[in-house]
Design a protein around this ligand. Sequence first.
Ligand code: FAD
Ligand code: NAD
Length: 473
Amino acid sequence: MKEFDVVVIGGGPAGYVAAIRAGQLGLKTALVDAYIGKEGKPSLGGTCLNAGCIPSKALLDSSEHYDRIRHKYAAHGINAKDVELDVGRMIARKDQIVKTLTQGVAGLLKKNKVTWLPGYGRLELGRQVSVTPHDADGDPERIKAGHIIIATGSVPRELPAIAVDHERVVDSTSALNFNEVPRRLGVIGAGVIGLELGSVWSRLGAEVVVLEALDDFLPVTDPEIAQAALKEFKRQGLAIHLGARVQSAEVDDQVVKLTYEDDNGTHDLEIDQLVVAVGRKPHTDGLNAEEVALLIDESGYIHVDAHCRTNIPDIYAIGDVVRGPMLAHKGSEEGVMVAERIAGLSSEVNYDTIPWVIYTWPEIAWVGQTESALKQAGREVRSGSFPLRASGRAVAMDETVGMVKVIADAASDEILGVHIFGAAASEMIAEAVVAMEYRASAEDLACIVHAHPTVSEAVHEAALAVHGRAIHI
Ligand code: FAD
Ligand code: NAD
């Protein structure tokens, strides 16, 4: 039986990063991954690279170009006539990006001497893993592990009343692969996926209706920013209905007939395609958790402590399959921490400074807590905001929608949260993460020189505004 110091089950951004770091640290490492890519072959990178972060951002970028050329370039004096959309080419470009990056992961594993074992991993007693190859005729191979890292990720949550057929009623993976623009697209869930993929197809010309069960829009974000974003997305043409409880959706002669209820009564909606984007759930099917007595909590997550240790010695779990936000970078950092702890180092993940980004346009990004959550917790805070309409660079770019908000402790001035709605928010948030990681004060941020003209000056101004000292507003 082959023996490894570390066996990682799952090759997404949590698992493959853990495997690479373990390889760098000189640990003999194997990575077992079950993912089959669009071409029908094993493909590393998990949900993120194959059907998540990367392909969605490729389509968001393409659709942004299309939207700009149609609606924004004329103001710059650029008149583009007869603009044509080639959806097939757009999807092929996205697929090529996925191929390049997933093959890149294979190269990184090789470089770090990690053995890639395509197939389904199952925990066995005595710290063993059996690997069932994709080829149905192949026998499972048993391997022995000093340490096991489970990184089996997550899968879309389904609604009991709505059957996903992957044609008319689809999940996020199929919504990245439509071969034409649906005339009328329904989306259930105004969360991250609903807004990102709703934006893609809306920019490309679909009439998009988003049905959200909650009365609040994006309750995880700062309420002021959520309200500004809701207004802007509606202006862009996304018909977002809050407090909408979907009762049923049936496919009838190529049309999805949907019924939902809100405070005004029951409504019928006919659409050509429906995306169900109501969250994701941890994936532990087929892991054999019960037989090896691996503790899974009541929500289906593998139970872990702050260092991602499960209830079984030398077995760890990381990424979407454990508590915390379902974000690629959160899983990757857990992967690094666990690999380093196995190698005897004392690494940690700071869960308080994990940034979030929603890649709509403008983008929404934040780190730390919202003002309302802090106030509810009884914290005395001060906040400062700066609107992008007062940023010279944002005006020059014609990207004046949005704002930056900095929230600090009223007594110590330590930054407790930074919330951005605006162009390039995904890049600007990094500065706030660094500041919070070093426990900077709003005054510290206000003392840092920011290049002019940049949109990031708005972060500087919002930090100044915490003490009523913003210059340009
Ligand atoms: P996964 O990426 O899900 O990988 C798990 C891997 O394990 C898969 O390859 C799976 O096949 C494999 N596996 C499962 N069980 C077994 C088994 N028993 N044996 C072998 N292999 C197994 N996050 C961001 O941070 N930024 C984004 O912009 C972003 N965009 C997203 C867009 C979409 C449309 C979606 C769906 C998700 C997005 N996410 C984004 C979330 C991100 O994809 C996940 O947080 C991330 O992929 C989780 O990484 P993971 O390694 O834990 O799991
Ligand atoms: P989500 O939790 O962000 O949003 C799901 C939404 O669906 C919520 O607003 C919820 O209230 C709503 N909902 C739930 N049940 C409903 C129902 N029956 N009817 C109507 N609405 C309902 O989940 P998601 O958008 O599916 O994304 C899953 C996860 O993937 C995210 O939480 C995130 O962790 C990750 N993700 C991240 C990014 C990013 O970082 N940019 C992008 C996409 C996905």
